[in-house]
Design a protein around this ligand. Structure first.
Ligand SMILES: C[S@@+](CC[C@H](N)C(=O)[O-])C[C@H]1O[C@@H](n2cnc3c(N)ncnc32)[C@H](O)[C@@H]1O
Length: 436
């Protein structure tokens, strides 16, 4: 594999797959592929072919489907998929032979890698065609879920979401179908320039970009971070749902804002961009290394009014003097740690770490953060609670539990943003106001 133009074979992909599988603990595939691509560039002197990362992402997305197809090939189509799914585990894909695994993945995504000439024939081909036909003619069936890389057991949870958010059947179908593809790379503009002004600058830098619904987006990130608009801090990568969520914090010039789970600052920067350097944004997180990245990004965008320090949610925050003087922040954003089920389109492997029956610990952490952050909201101020998950338990139910214990807060609004209406991640956002 010494040239980007060289054709990748499934044997080569499999050795890469085994290397990732052997990692302990196994890092998120996306991050691992980025590191691998950097190593590739260093050793080969040219970029890693897109086909390699595409194939790895498709393999992880459809590894349960590969197991299901293998089961049909061996036992026939008469399988109770809900029972089968109950005992299926991600490691089961290791039981498939290298050929069979990559055969099914190749069929599902019409892979752009080299396979033996006589591969695509015989009973396996027929088994695949029959499965596809059954899946596609039965939307919302277990086989249809498997076809889109989702566990059949998640269907009732998704149906609850659809009912709660008044998604039509078509919306729900679109949501599931969207899981088979990454959303584009949405960009947020940090300056007062318009998308129409920045677009030609991106195109000149060789970035495939366009404007959708008034927002810039790029197809893939290759070269974006080396482009002039990015290096000059004019644009930030931020998913469309995340941009909408940040907009719920309608901070004005001079406001005091606390982004209490700020991470690397995606939302912090979006909020600061509207404050014209007036007022203060306090950004905290459990992890200092994330805040270090936030500081780098803030510097690139020339935001001088962001302060960072660690906070672990074990107790209420000691308010900075100028915030204490006004008895709390005008806005507190809790972008809570969550199962991140709304980001599976970008982080294909995250779905296999999701266990809906084991979310008590996460929900307890979300309540702890809500309970300890709310003390920092001034009377009349607002608290925005958000997750990038779609289950009710981390969202509407979490908000209801909090409000039952805190009658001093009133719910202003709560909604899902992004997918399925938009080609984006799927996030939840609730706005509450402190009344007393
Ligand atoms: C959804 S992420 C935040 C993403 C970030 N707001 C952004 O826009 O990039 C949740 C964050 O909560 C942080 N976190 C997890 N447990 C925490 C705790 N006990 N106290 C404070 N922050 C915590 C994580 O480190 C993570 O950065």
């Amino acid at each position: 594999m010494s040239s980007a133009r060289q054709i990748i074979t499934y044997e080569q992909l499999h050795s890469l797959w085994l290397r990732w599988q052997a990692m302990s603990p196994r890092p998120p595939l996306d991050r691992w592929l980025k590191q691998h691509a950097a190593g590739w560039r260093r050793h080969q002197g040219e970029p890693m072919p897109m086909a390699v990362s595409d194939a790895m992402i498709q393999a992880v997305r459809y590894m349960q489907l590969a197991c299901a197809l293998e089961a049909v090939q061996r036992q026939g189509a008469n399988i109770d998929w809900m029972t089968w799914d109950d005992t299926w585990q991600p490691d089961d894909s290791d039981q498939l032979s290298r050929n069979n695994f990559w055969y099914w993945i190749h069929q599902r995504c019409e892979g752009r890698w080299r396979v033996p000439q006589d591969w695509n024939s015989g009973s396996r081909k027929q088994c695949f065609i029959d499965f596809q036909e059954r899946a596609m003619s039965n939307p919302l069936s277990p086989e249809w879920m498997l076809w889109h890389g989702l566990r059949p057991q998640w269907l009732p949870l998704l149906q609850q979401r659809a009912e709660r958010s008044r998604w039509s059947d078509m919306d729900l179908q679109r949501f599931v179908e969207q899981q088979s593809a990454r959303p584009p790379l949405w960009l947020r503009i940090n300056t007062s320039e318009s998308p129409e002004t920045i677009l030609p600058q991106l195109l000149d830098a060789g970035i495939q970009a366009d404007i959708r619904n008034g927002t810039l987006c790029a197809q893939g990130g290759n070269g974006l971070q080396q482009s002039e608009p990015y290096k000059a801090g004019k644009v930030e990568i931020q998913d469309l749902a995340s941009q909408q969520l940040s907009n719920m914090v309608a901070a004005r010039k001079g406001d005091k804002v606390w982004d209490c789970c700020a991470g690397a600052g995606g939302k912090t920067l979006a909020i600061a961009s509207r404050m014209e350097q007036k007022g203060v944004v306090v950004a905290t997180d459990l992890h200092q290394f994330k805040l270090d990245e936030l500081k780098r990004r803030a510097k690139r965008a020339s935001y001088l009014n962001i302060r960072t320090f660690t906070w672990d949610a074990e107790a209420p925050l000691r308010l900075p003097a100028e915030v204490a003087r006004q008895q709390g922040f005008d806005w507190v954003l809790i972008d809570a740690p969550c199962t991140a089920s709304g980001t599976w389109r970008r982080n294909a492997d995250a779905r296999w770490r999701f266990d809906a029956s084991d979310s008590a610990e996460m929900e307890a952490l979300q309540q702890k953060i809500l309970n300890n952050a709310c003390a920092a909201v001034r009377k009349g101020g607002h608290m925005v609670y958000a997750t990038c998950s779609w289950q009710l338990s981390e969202n509407e139910e979490a908000v209801a539990t909090f409000l039952a214990n805190h009658p001093e807060f009133a719910l202003e609004s709560q909604q899902m943003v992004g997918a399925p209406q938009q080609d984006a991640d799927c996030m939840f956002v609730a706005k509450m106001t402190r009344m007393a």
